[in-house]
Design a protein around this ligand. Structure first.
Ligand SMILES: Cc1cc2nc3c(=O)[nH]c(=O)nc-3n(C[C@H](O)[C@H](O)[C@H](O)COP(=O)(O)OP(=O)(O)OC[C@H]3O[C@@H](n4cnc5c(N)ncnc54)[C@H](O)[C@@H]3O)c2cc1C
Length: 416
């Protein structure tokens, strides 16, 4: 069976790998000049086995307070955009306690499968992605947020990861680089057995291994449309006028998946959530953290790679335009600097923006569509690095008629 995977972000490359392992002939078609150059390029790098969705019970209230605040963790730019309105209504409907619990469970099951799958694959293939295994320390600004540490600890426990709740005094003991900032926080949660690594390095390494295993990569090749004949997906039409025929097409085009699906009359409820990251060289500074740090209040994810420190986060709902807001860039950098004043060479900060493919409930879209032969592996939102390998495995199992590792029903398009 010949399968086209549309998109070579971390999600598409992982899907290609597992489809090839399952015996398919695979062609990956990617508009950019290499793998992982869009949203998979400079993300937070956290393999998060215990994260929940953005749509949470406390978010509607916060959203109203955050409107117009350039440094808000979630910024809604008010504009007439029917895709955003439709998506936003569904997002708000997912902010109830019951929906939050169900979504957290579904996301958790896939994150657990996927994080384990990623680490196993990296070790087996020897992919050098600057893994940092020093653990993740989540820090809390308010007592109310700190009260949620216990629920997060329980989610870590479900993933088989021991985590310890620590008070303010414990923060600098666990991560000495937090010594100056620690008094501004009330406590933390430390998970020693968790990792961060560079998603782009992993994607590039896995693409090279997949190519060696026989996957064909067509870079610099934009898909204009998925071709459908007598109601069945038959391949892709390229922007340069060519076509590629296939038995199945997997839409793994991240935030651009709904744009391609729209041409087929298929509604894929994915909206781009613009995020920012800043990477600085550590350059011999003594104040860089050893481990990864999550600032729960600011929703910032800090990762230490070999000789670089990165802060990533914030969500801006403003369409497909990747133009950064200078105020948001400055705020992100300032928060990193406030946490780690001597953490790196801030004069050499490299700024980046990426568009997270967000579904309203935070669960990705995996599986068949109403068009036979067209499959989805998209909508991974803020957790695409964590969920890519597990999603690729599940997709390949479904597409080739094997027993799926976990129940794929919670990720079906049919839920919308
Ligand atoms: C600031 C930020 C921080 C993040 N931090 C984390 C984190 O710490 N942990 C985590 O798990 N996740 C994180 N994420 C989320 C993660 O980066 C994404 O979920 C993931 O990269 C999505 O991968 P993808 O392959 O679906 O999309 P992409 O990487 O965007 O890949 C889609 C590909 O499709 C291609 N494409 C689109 N249209 C076409 C077309 N017409 N023809 C051909 N090719 C096309 C694009 O060029 C692109 O390469 C973060 C995201 C951001 C923005």
């Amino acid at each position: 069976m010949h399968v086209i995977v549309l998109g070579a972000g971390v999600v598409g490359v992982a899907a290609a790998w597992y489809l090839r392992e399952a015996g398919c002939e695979v062609t990956v078609v990617e508009a950019r000049e290499g793998p992982g150059l869009e949203t998979s390029f400079a993300n937070g790098g956290h393999l998060s086995a215990a994260s929940g969705p953005w749509a949470a019970p406390d978010v509607p209230g916060k959203l109203i307070r955050w409107i117009g605040r350039e440094d808000a963790p979630l910024l809604l730019r008010l504009r007439w955009d029917t895709a955003l309105i439709r998506w936003g209504v569904r997002f708000l409907a997912n902010c109830t306690e019951a929906r939050y619990a169900a979504n957290t469970e579904a996301i958790g099951a896939l994150c657990r499968l996927s994080a384990a799958e990623t680490m196993a694959l990296r070790d087996r293939l020897g992919i050098a992605d600057e893994t940092n295994s020093a653990g993740v320390l989540t820090i809390y600004t308010t007592e109310k947020e700190f009260a949620g540490a216990e629920a997060k600890r329980a989610r870590f426990a479900e993933a088989g990861i021991a985590a310890e709740v620590v008070d303010r005094a414990g923060l600098a003991r666990i991560e000495p680089a937090l010594e100056q900032a620690a008094p501004r926080y009330v406590g933390g949660l430390f998970a020693a057995d968790t990792e961060t690594s560079d998603c782009h390095l992993f994607t590039t390494g896995l693409a090279a291994e997949a190519a060696r295993a026989g996957v064909a990569f067509r870079y610099g090749t934009r898909v204009a449309a998925v071709t459908v004949e007598t109601g069945r997906a038959t391949g892709v039409a390229l922007a340069d006028g060519g076509t590629i025929a296939a038995d199945a097409v997997v839409l793994a085009a991240g935030s651009w998946s709904p744009v391609l699906a729209r041409g087929l009359g298929l509604r894929v409820p994915v909206y781009p959530g613009k995020g920012y990251s800043v990477t600085v060289p550590i350059a011999g500074r003594n104040g860089a953290p050893r481990m990864a740090v999550v600032d729960e209040h600011a929703k910032l994810y800090i990762a230490r790679f070999a000789d670089r420190l990165r802060v990533a986060g914030t969500l801006e709902l403003a369409g497909w335009d990747k133009t950064p807001s200078p105020a948001r860039q400055a705020a992100t950098l300032a928060k990193m600097r406030a946490l780690f004043p001597d953490g790196g060479d801030y004069a050499q900060a490299a700024h980046w923006t990426g568009l997270r493919p967000m579904t309203p409930d935070g669960r990705p879209l995996l599986g068949p569509t109403s068009i036979p032969g067209l499959w989805l592996d998209t909508g991974h939102g803020p957790l695409g690095w964590t969920m890519a390998c597990g999603s690729g495995r599940l997709l390949a199992e479904m597409l080739t008629g094997r027993t799926a590792a976990i129940d794929p029903a919670p990720y079906a398009l049919a839920r919308f």
